[in-house]
Design a protein around this ligand. Structure first.
Ligand code: SAH
Ligand code: SF4
Ligand code: F3S
Length: 461
């Protein structure tokens, strides 16, 4: 008999709320996978849940505050369940759990479990233990959590994430990730290809390979050699039924020629790249420990555009890093003007406990950070709107990945990762169809189907 048989009571409800990066989105799905054999099925609201997991992010201040206010709200649900004589397990997972596990247990005594990103395969054991005691698990086990996670149970949808790499050894001076996710680890090629095939068999047409430094990927190949990301992408595009590939997030230092060439050579690799630069100033990049100069960024962009002329670029920026002068900031503005971004994320520098930048001299005032961020964003948002406007009148293949029932609409993505809304029957969900783009906004497009015949073999579920 399976040791978990006594736990396999059916009909238990699991509510997972996810913050942070795509790796957390992926991890949440895998947690649901781990718990499915124990009778838990995912629900959309916390009402009546038997277990609540908050999958948290520690990257900037407000994220942690949000976790505590969410815990406060959810406590009422737990009390309501307890009044009915039902046990509800409340858990905090993810990067805040890793960084502040003990503190959460102290400050929120109604939390039953706190566990970090490398422990999700141990969830069943933790649940069994917690029925007797509260649990904190922030280990960084030597073996990979991926080896223990079971196969996927939850439907991934037309577009799915697949983590190929975890952790980070780069230690940028502002960033908590090396502390919350541990050191860099690449999954073996065979395990990734297996997971890609399973996603394909479950109806997924588009896969986004994930890693905090996904282009530092260096996994063991079936030939006994170490494969880089370019080679891995090439192997995945050979899987029939997988129509589109993307990867995120990349570091400029790891953008090797094999990967750049892959953008020209692999038609299924979508012409969009998120390549964070953070700042346009060499002085700031040095203080951030980004390990490259700004000239490298220009070189990469030039090579990428040569390999794939229509590639759309996206980036991350930090405004007001300690010591950033007005001149440094102007160099960031110059970089943005020179390159031209289709999309971008920009943030005020946020001092994170335990990181070197938090104790640097010359912290920038909140007022100045806000002013610089607004200046930067007005330029980035304008570029984004202009980029979207340039696609009006084009016919683009769109993967329809979400039904918006109340509006009779479908949501999809262009090859350039733009969100598109079309009015069309819901049964087109999961297909890639040609859409004529009619209007552009800052964050999305609207369009009309040119034909409802899929442009590639149906990717329908
Ligand atoms: N691994 C990726 C980024 C991961 S974090 C890379 O190296 O580019 C995502 C983004 O959050 C970063 O690119 C950065 O722009 C932002 N970020 C991280 N720490 C931050 C901090 N302390 N303050 C403000 N923004 C931060
Ligand atoms: Fe953080 Fe830098 Fe690692 Fe990116 S490369 S996760 S910003 S330490
Ligand atoms: Fe946040 Fe952790 Fe991702 S800190 S950005 S959830 S790796």
């Amino acid at each position: 008999m399976d040791v978990w048989d006594n736990m396999k009571e059916t009909g238990k409800k699991l509510y997972i709320k996810t913050w942070g990066c795509q790796m957390n989105v992926y991890d949440s799905r895998r947690m649901a996978d781990v718990l499915a054999p124990l009778g838990y099925s995912a629900v959309e609201t916390p009402d009546e849940a038997d277990m609540i997991i908050l999958n948290t992010c520690h990257i900037r201040e407000k994220a942690t505050d949000k976790v505590f206010s969410e815990l406060g709200r959810l406590r009422e649900h737990k009390q309501a369940q307890e009044k009915k004589g039902r046990r509800m397990l409340m858990a905090v997972a993810g990067c805040v759990a890793q960084a502040e596990g003990e503190f959460i247990m102290e400050r929120a005594p109604y939390v039953d479990m706190v566990f970090g990103p490398q422990t999700y395969h141990e969830l069943p054991q933790m649940i069994m233990r917690v029925t007797g005691e509260r649990v904190v698990n922030t280990n960084f086990p030597a073996e990979s959590k991926f080896d223990f996670l079971p196969d996927e149970h939850t439907a991934p949808g037309p577009s799915a994430f697949l983590s190929v790499q975890e952790g980070c050894d780069k230690f940028c001076t502002f960033c908590v990730v090396p502390y919350t996710r541990g050191s860099e680890y690449s999954r073996p090629v065979a395990a990734i290809l297996d997971e890609a095939r399973r996603l394909r068999d479950a109806g997924t047409a588009e896969i986004t390979l994930l890693g905090q430094n996904v282009n530092a990927y260096h996994g063991g190949g079936p030939d006994g050699k170490t494969w880089g990301l370019g080679r891995l992408l090439a192997a995945i595009t050979e899987l029939e039924g997988i129509e589109r590939l993307r990867y995120t997030t990349s570091h400029p230092r790891d953008m090797d020629d094999e990967l750049i060439e892959a953008h020209g050579a692999l038609p299924k690799l979508m012409p969009f790249l998120h390549l964070p630069v953070q700042s346009g100033s060499d002085n700031v990049l040095k203080a951030m420990n980004r390990k490259h100069e700004i000239s490298l960024y220009y070189e990469i962009v030039e090579k990428l555009r040569k390999a794939r002329p229509d590639i759309a670029l996206s980036s991350d920026f930090i405004a007001g890093f300690p010591g950033e002068t007005e001149d440094d900031f102007e160099q960031t503005i110059k970089l943005v003007r020179d390159i031209g971004f289709a999309y971008a994320y920009s943030f005020k520098y946020s001092a994170r406990p335990g990181t070197p930048a938090a104790v640097m001299q010359k912290q920038i005032s909140e007022k100045e950070k806000t002013a610089r961020l607004h200046h930067l964003q007005s330029l980035l948002f304008q570029q984004q709107t202009d980029y979207n406007s340039r696609t009006v009148g084009l016919t683009l293949p769109v993967l329809l990945d979400r039904v918006i029932e109340e509006k009779g609409q479908l949501h999809g993505r262009t090859p350039y990762n733009q969100a598109v809304h079309i009015t069309a029957p819901a049964d087109l969900y999961g297909r890639i169809i040609d859409v004529s783009i009619t209007r552009a906004f800052q964050n999305s497009l609207t369009g009309e189907p040119v034909s409802t015949v899929p442009v590639v073999k149906s990717a329908r579920i």
